[in-house]
Design a protein around this ligand. Structure first.
Ligand SMILES: Nc1nc2c(c(=O)[nH]1)N[C@H]1C(S)=C(S)[C@@H](COP(=O)(O)OP(=O)(O)OC[C@H]3O[C@@H](n4cnc5c(=O)[nH]c(N)nc54)[C@H](O)[C@@H]3O)O[C@H]1N2
Ligand SMILES: Nc1nc2c(c(=O)[nH]1)N[C@H]1C(S)=C(S)[C@@H](COP(=O)(O)OP(=O)(O)OC[C@H]3O[C@@H](n4cnc5c(=O)[nH]c(N)nc54)[C@H](O)[C@@H]3O)O[C@H]1N2
Ligand code: SF4
Ligand SMILES: [Mo]
Length: 696
């Protein structure tokens, strides 16, 4: 028996926890968290532990394929990698020749492993790099930019040292980041308070000191009343505000009318409870961490919710503070040299983005980095500002991640070539013209990543076992395309050459990763002080008024608009995650499916009783011409105006024998939902839809 341990990085979700993989005779036997990684302490979440079932799953694409029948028909021709890459490279070249370099659109799942293929995109000269984030955290990102002048990752979450953690629309124990879970639990063991503002009692709520069950869609009202109270009762950090906040007086005037009594009528949360909550926060300040939210593609004022959260943290002095939102530390801050970037091999493409981000009226204030892919689809549909004719979808399933699949497909009709690089089947891969199967993370090497944080580090994903099927690593796919499209600089044959390129000048070598899988760049954690130059705003301070936003015709302080109440007999649709699945792509994982094969519908007891619905019986949900059966979970602990379900179920692909037909698909219940978005943050507003529920 040959047993070895390989340090790598989990790939079951985009959190990417460091792992240690036990390999016996070339087979993965067991996976645990990397014991050397801070905050991980050997732990993993259930999905991370189920990685073996992905690797040894027969129901995933096993080799490159080119579509034969109509799109989505499921007729494929298996081809060699050479044939597949030749085909894609030739098509891309021809399309760029006919329609221009920018006619190639690309979207991915974001994250720290992008540098290599983003260099490829620069190399072929398209400015249309996008990510998935319009369906996830774009509102938070753009809110951070608007308030601090830097993105959401410009601050860290110091959960470990917090004295009061506030989770609003943030399900920290089920929408998991292992280090965050451990740090939160450890802080709570030391007396840290937990407050949860949610439309239902999620797992964090069951462990909370304060739980506020809020009327869906009224979070912005709650936050305005909090600001009102902090200012009225002088509970804010006067010195921090005087030193670092610009526009305090405007904020004070704006919230004057938004009293806790007013908020009570909107949110259903007692005015006195809001006041008491504010006093508790002030007591713990500045070690207060009000999480700005993550999956906030929910409402047309989610951007304003996140903005107010950042402003509340600022009022409490927790920005830059231990136990709050400390400033993110990067390699350069600790005197280390960062990784050498492939992207710097090529100039930034000169073209204007198809999604209009950065240059179009109303879209100049958005973060241009990954743009807004929802708006790129509009461009593809209208061929304005120019035609979009090829689309590479890399580790991304927009047909499930965006509402209303039929509508999204309509937006894609003019696209001549759709290429899906993926490791599982997905609605998008099934609909593509070419499927390029990526080796799952246990079978592939990845470019080295930087992990910013109190102690910045480099981390490495190394393949633990050889690919089980005819799949390739992401770098191999793009190096192969680069070679065929004349980009010699990226035509690498060996991962070691890529790693050495990245490490050049850093003083770190590949062998340095052998011992722990991680190379830490600082011996002690660093807490960066807030100082001149910290905030990248025109005033150099945290700004209440954002001139860029206003130049795009949007108010910095948006008057609150009360969300519609559901029409009689219907409910607002709400959704979220569970600990056992990642988005929609693990339902067919044999180990995870066994534990959670379908989603259920949370429905309020009084509402269910009125409809004669009993716990555990199947009901029908209907919306947007779609109906599905789903088991009712009848509970007092969900707001009566909404129903709640887990995202990612209701699969229809014949290649997923386990997942097919199980549960309901939330994304199909939102008519033309991709077209409704928050103008401030750019993310889609997925919870602004009503559905009906019927017995039987
Ligand atoms: N209705 C509704 N819509 C939602 C959500 C919701 O709750 N409800 N959630 C939203 C959120 S928060 C997000 S982030 C998006 C997520 O949706 P997406 O951004 O599409 O991301 P995933 O589902 O994680 O992954 C998409 C595809 O990438 C592949 N993949 C994932 N990870 C890897 C990897 O490491 N390697 C390779 N090779 N392939 C990989 C998977 O097999 C899958 O087919 O959906 C959003 N859309
Ligand atoms: N296990 C697991 N972990 C994951 C993921 C996964 O798929 N599975 N995905 C990862 C990704 S991509 C993301 S973006 C994060 C998402 O992390 P979160 O955003 O924390 O996750 P969710 O469960 O979607 O939503 C959080 C909470 O918002 C609540 N909510 C819904 N509507 C409202 C509302 O109107 N007001 C308030 N106050 N609350 C509301 C839901 O009930 C839920 O408890 O998780 C990451 N971690
Ligand atoms: S949170 Fe779980 S699935 Fe995600 S990377 Fe960490 S261990 Fe893997
Ligand atoms: Mo997400």
């Amino acid at each position: 028996m040959m047993k070895e341990y390989v340090y790598s990085i989990c790939g079951m979700c985009t959190v990417r926890c460091p792992i240690q993989v036990e390999v016996v005779d070339g087979r993965v036997e067991y996976i645990q968290g990397n014991p050397h990684a801070a905050g991980i302490e050997g732990a993993l979440c259930p999905r991370g532990a189920a990685g073996t079932a992905l690797t040894y799953d027969k129901e995933r694409p096993q080799g490159p394929m080119i579509r034969q029948g109509a799109r989505g028909e499921g007729k494929w021709k298996s081809v060699s990698w050479d044939e597949a890459l030749d085909y894609v490279a030739e098509k891309l070249t021809a399309i760029q020749k006919e329609y221009g370099r920018d006619s190639v659109l690309f979207s991915d799942r974001g994250g720290p492993f992008r540098d290599f293929y983003r260099a490829f995109l620069r190399g072929i000269g398209t400015s249309n790099y996008n990510n998935h984030d319009a369906a996830c955290a774009r509102n938070v990102q753009n809110a951070a930019l608007s308030v601090f002048g830097f993105g959401r990752k410009g601050v860290a979450y110091d959960l470990k040292n917090a004295k009061h953690i506030v989770l609003q629309q943030r399900n920290i124990f089920e929408a998991i980041n292992v280090a965050e879970v451990n740090n939160t639990l450890n802080a709570m063991a030391k007396g840290c308070k937990l407050s949860v503002i949610d439309i239902r009692a999620n797992v964090p709520a069951t462990k909370a000191d304060n739980f506020y069950m809020i009327r869906p869609g009224t979070d912005y009202a709650f936050n305005l009343a909090v600001i009102h109270t902090l200012i009225e009762e002088e509970l804010y950090d006067k010195k921090f505000v005087a030193d670092w906040m610009d526009g305090f007086d405007q904020l004070k005037d704006f919230v004057a009318g938004y009293s806790p009594e007013w908020a009570e009528r909107e949110t259903g949360i007692k005015a006195e409870a809001i006041r008491d909550f504010c006093r508790q926060l002030a007591e713990a300040a500045p070690s207060v961490l009000w999480h700005p939210g993550w999956m906030t593609a929910r409402y047309t004022d989610s951007f304003d919710m996140s903005r107010t959260i950042y402003l509340i943290n600022s009022l409490l002095g927790s920005v830059g503070a231990k136990g709050g939102l400390p400033l993110m530390v990067k390699p350069g801050d600790v005197g280390a040299k960062g990784l050498k970037s492939f992207m710097n091999l090529y100039p930034k493409p000169e073209g204007r983005r198809a999604d209009g981000v950065g240059w179009m009226e109303g879209r100049k204030h958005y973060d241009a980095g990954p743009g807004l892919v929802n708006l790129a689809y509009e461009a593809a549909e209208s061929e304005s500002p120019y035609p979009v004719k090829a689309y590479i979808v890399n580790r991304h399933d927009p047909l499930m991640a965006f509402p209303d699949k039929k509508d999204v497909l309509k937006m894609w009709e003019n696209i001549e070539l759709i290429v899906a690089a993926t490791f599982t089947w997905s609605d998008t891969a099934w609909y593509a013209d070419v499927v390029l199967p990526i080796s799952p993370y246990l079978e592939r090497d990845e470019i080295i990543m930087t992990k910013n944080g109190a102690k910045p580090a480099f981390q490495i994903r190394k393949r633990a076992v050889e690919p089980v099927y005819d799949t390739k690593a992401i770098w191999e796919i793009y190096a192969g395309l680069a070679r065929r499209m004349g980009l010699k600089e990226l035509a690498f044959d060996k991962i070691e050459d890529i790693w050495n390129f990245q490490l050049e000048g850093t003083g770190v070598t590949i062998a340095d990763f052998d011992k722990k899988g991680i190379v830490t760049l600082a011996s002690e954690p660093l807490l960066k002080p807030v100082k001149e130059g910290t905030f990248k705003t025109p005033s150099g301070k945290i700004q209440v008024i954002d001139a860029k936003l206003e130049a795009d015709g949007l108010p910095s302080l948006k008057p609150y608009v009360s969300p519609e109440r559901p029409p009689e007999g219907s409910f607002r649709i709400t959704f979220g995650r569970c600990a056992l699945h990642t988005q929609g792509h693990t339902v067919n994982n044999a180990l995870l499916f066994e534990r959670k094969p379908e989603n259920v519908l949370w429905i309020n007891t009084a509402k269910a009783a009125a409809m004669g619905i009993e716990n555990d019986e199947y009901v029908t949900v209907t919306g947007n011409g779609y109906s599905a059966k789903i088991k009712a979970f009848v509970t007092d602990f969900v707001h009566p105006e909404c129903v709640f379900m887990l995202h990612g179920f209701g699969h229809t692909l014949p290649v997923e024998s386990r997942a097919i037909g199980k549960g309901a698909a939330d994304n199909l219940l939102m008519p033309r939902g991709i077209r409704k978005y928050d103008k401030g943050g750019g993310a889609v507003a997925m919870q602004e839809h009503f559905i009906t529920v019927s017995k039987g």
